[in-house]
Design a protein around this ligand. Sequence first.
Ligand SMILES: [Zn+2]
Length: 232
Amino acid sequence: MFKVFKPIQYFFGLIYPDICEICNKSLAHGEKIICSNCRIDIPLTHNCNERGNSVEQIFWGRAPIVAAASYFFFTRGSNYRTLLHKLKYASRDDIGITLGLWFGNELATCEIFSDIDYIIPVPLHSKKLKIRGYNQSEKICDGLASALNKPVDSKTVIRSEFTNTQTKKNRMERWHNVSNVFEVKNPAKLKGKHILLVDDVLTTGATLEACCNAILSNVECRISIATLAFAH
Ligand SMILES: [Zn+2]
């Protein structure tokens, strides 16, 4: 019986619901993920053109980045948190691609991101990748890539150690948890390049800091950071 139904479940799994993920209203033709009203209300940071913005300040004294920007604020109790939750835990990789594209359209207007060479997702460990089926940050990269017309590289920087979830750890614990887990497979490829390092949510910045410093200790390059959400 299971074998008969499996392809059907698989088929329906590929069809995403055509209701707004925020207000549950039916989506109109051309609308994706959320309706136009909810899209207007996204708490955007609009900080990609602002140097010294609050996202960049997170990394001051911790990682020598070129620039950083986030697409929207990730505030406690906000309905928009659900988008990230579904992207990460409910197989809604389309949310990452679409929001990545919207964010990419904004980044495309920022001079400082115009000479990006590679878009690199913060890597997941292969064990976690197997469980989740995809790297949510890589899906965001795919959206960014189509807006910025730059290649995604998900092979050069890898996560070589498995770490426990960061969510219940404080800033120091998070830093210890990730300080040694990233590895650069092919440093020569990144030499002299400007990399856009991408993650889904910026909270303490420990993961991005560790990833940046792992890359910079292996190869001379410039790194900027883009995250879909900023928990401020
Ligand atoms: Zn809506």
